[in-house]
Design a protein. Structure first.
Length: 277
């Protein structure tokens, strides 16, 4: 069974999805389809997950699956760094699926563990000051522990824990380094730290991370892949660790730095995707 997730509600997305779904059904595949408004999980064992939209759609679609399912992302959004095809390449997409001509890159996932629940993320987890709180002004005070060892205290807007995949997302905007997807590591990046010495830290992925809100701090909020997880009161902690799960993301040409240059350099000057893989 092939899962199809439509992450955007526009004519381009609907048109591209309709062509591909019709072609898959004609080729004898079984297809199950979900829209962005449907937050229920995919049922049944999927052999492939096709996502229409941008990077945000990929993150949301992965959160709706339990097993390790290969993901093919089709860009009908903006940046599309995790996408391999554009919406007008329906014939090539179908041909590659039929011929099994798909190249995948295995990506690390992280578990975001609160007092009551565990959430899985592909890009990152972050603790930010709670902007909805009546005490949202100013910075928060966060304490970082890696592998059980105290690292530092930060007076900042927040702290990001990112996978290599997420290193080109929020962590990059906050001043973190780009990490190639094949490296087995994570990074911790302070957000707008009120300090001259606060710098990003790259560390082995097997090291668990704990972020504690200082007892004298203002309230914080925890996010996983940009989605709100929970509030975090002073004195409370959240743990981030490498997940036992991984996900395979399709990369059409398999060239990480080629995509990095084409996507980020063009997007940073125009605010739009260049339409190239």
């Amino acid at each position: 069974m092939i899962g199809v997730y439509l992450g955007k509600n526009d004519e381009q997305t609907f048109s591209a999805a309709e062509k591909i779904v019709s072609a898959l059904l004609a080729a004898g595949f079984t297809v199950t389809k979900k829209f962005s408004s449907d937050s229920s999980r995919f049922e049944g064992r999927l052999k492939l997950l096709i996502v229409f939209g941008g990077d945000g759609s990929v993150l949301k679609a992965i959160s709706l699956t339990d097993d390790k399912i290969p993901v093919v992302a089709i860009n009908t959004g903006n940046l599309g760094f995790l996408t391999s095809y554009n919406g007008d390449e329906t014939e090539k997409i179908i041909d590659d699926i039929k011929k099994r001509n798909l190249k995948f890159s295995e990506r690390t996932l992280i578990d975001v563990i609160t007092e009551t629940q565990t959430f899985c993320a592909l890009n990152d987890a972050f603790v930010l000051k709670d902007f909805n709180s009546d005490r949202a002004g100013g910075c928060v005070r966060l304490e970082l522990f890696i592998g059980g060892e105290y690292v530092d205290s930060y007076v900042a807007d927040g702290l990001i824990v990112s996978t290599p995949t997420g290193s080109t997302a929020y962590a990059l905007s906050a001043g973190g380094p780009v990490i190639t997807p094949s490296l087995d590591c994570l990074e911790a990046v302070p957000v707008c730290a009120h300090s001259l010495h606060a710098r990003p830290i790259v560390f082995p992925a097997e090291k668990d991370v704990k972020i504690t809100v200082n007892s004298c701090s203002k309230p914080c909020a925890v996010y996983a892949d940009g989605a709100f997880v929970c509030s975090l009161a002073p004195g409370k902690s959240v743990v981030v660790k490498k997940s036992e799960r991984t996900v395979d993301i399709c990369f059409a040409n398999g060239k990480f730095f080629d995509k990095l240059n084409k996507k980020l350099n063009y997007w940073s000057t125009t605010g739009e995707d260049d339409g190239k893989k």
